[in-house]
Design a protein around this ligand. Structure first.
Ligand SMILES: CCCSCc1cc(N)cc2c(=O)[nH]c(N)nc12
Length: 380
């Protein structure tokens, strides 16, 4: 693994950015959407389908993989890439967010978070040091600092406390990552990102961003959003936070979002996204198409033999009828979830490819307005 981690900003169109992230396992074209592979699989999809959809990078989860099959076991078996047969870059989240949303009987201290597994009640501890150790055992190309993300709305003093704790944990995460590098547990092709917190409070966001920039990370995530604040507040907070981050480093908006969220966030200067929406909504019967989102449970599709989306680059969207997918979803058949997860994953990758092309040709604003009108219209 010789290639050093690097970000190249190729061009801009307003605040929208076209770039490339180089890792030791390949290049990530930005703006990029990263399919979520929580427990070493992008649910209901083969790795080749994820790659063919256009994804350059996918996500893994420290919380889930430490509980099952175990980080040390994955390391013994050759690392996460070999284990799940994905040879491109992998980004792993640090686990704190998932502990707070899934773990049971949690206790947060300066040291970290003690919790019980949602699977079997076993007791565990995550700290910045243990989180980095796990992410290195998995072999993640881009790792996230250990942080505390709280749900919104929340009292300002609570948001401030979590933001300040996350900054202390950022320092510890960085020291742990550097120690891993020195000990051979990580290499120059891997990177650790800081995570900006601060809720929807501009002053807290600026304090968090400035302190992280002083620590000099190779990339910065905007965390603490898509946690109940709503689209408008998220976009407003992004508009206040992104200018505080360096332009020569990638910006990753965590856990976002709908197609509309992606378009408006790229317009403001976000480079990377992840969200379970394409696959989770697919499993629940929703299809993202170039003519708006379709709820395939709707009886109006029962005898509609037209393709799911004839404008899609996904064979599944062109080959299978709405009537057939409606039947599969109503019947709870695996194939329904498989087809819609595939269709939606391709839609999100095609949306990002269209954004990259629009930025490259200096027509992002026009493209965004046209596309928003198309994909958010209520289908007949
Ligand atoms: C695989 C899932 C990755 S993104 C999870 C996530 C999602 C959202 N919305 C916020 C945060 C956050 O503030 N911190 C961290 N570590 N993760 C977050």
């Amino acid at each position: 693994m010789t290639e050093h981690f690097a970000f190249h900003l190729k061009t801009t169109d307003g605040l929208a950015r076209l770039g490339e992230i180089t890792t030791s396992r390949g290049v990530i074209r930005t703006p990029a959407f990263m399919p979520v592979g929580t427990v070493a699989t992008v649910k209901a999809l083969y790795p080749d389908q994820v790659r063919d959809a256009g994804a350059d990078i996918l996500l893994g989860n420290t919380y889930h993989l430490m509980l099952r099959p175990g980080a040390e076991r994955i390391a013994r078996l050759g690392g996460l890439h070999k284990f799940m047969r994905w040879d491109g870059p992998i980004l792993t989240d640090s686990g704190g967010f998932q502990v707070m949303s899934l773990g049971k009987i949690r206790k947060i201290t300066e040291e970290g978070v003690a919790f019980q597994s949602h699977l079997d009640g076993s007791r565990h501890m995550l700290s910045p040091e243990r989180s980095i150790e796990i992410q290195c055992l998995l072999g993640a190309d881009i790792q996230m600092q250990f942080d505390e993300c709280i749900e919104l709305p929340a009292e300002r003093r609570e948001v401030e406390r979590a933001m300040e704790l996350s900054l202390r944990w950022a320092e510890r995460s960085k020291r742990a990552f550097e120690a891993q590098r020195a000990a051979g547990g990580a290499h120059a092709g891997q990177a650790l990102f800081g995570i900006v917190q601060g809720g929807t409070d501009a002053e807290l966001r600026h304090r968090s961003a400035a302190a992280l920039v002083d620590m000099d990370f190779p990339g910065y995530a905007v965390g603490g959003l898509a946690v109940g604040e709503g689209h408008e507040a998220m976009i407003a907070t992004l508009g206040q936070t992104l200018p505080a981050l360096p332009t020569d480093k990638p910006r990753y908006l965590m856990g976002v979002g709908t197609p509309l969220d992606l378009i408006e966030s790229v317009r403001l200067g976000v480079d990377m996204f992840d969200c379970v929406m394409p696959t989770r909504n697919g499993r629940h019967g929703y299809a993202f198409t170039w003519n708006g989102a379709l709820n395939m449970r709707n009886a109006k599709f029962a005898e509609d033999m037209s393709p799911l989306d004839e404008l899609s680059s996904c064979p599944g969207a062109r080959d299978y009828s709405k009537a057939y997918v409606h039947h599969l979803i109503k019947s709870g058949e695996f194939l329904g979830a498989m087809i819609l997860s595939w269709v939606n994953t391709v839609f999100y990758q095609d949306l990002m490819a269209a954004m990259r092309d629009a930025i490259a040709h200096g027509r992002f604003a026009e493209w965004a307005d046209e596309t928003k009108a198309r994909i958010t219209k209520r289908p007949a």
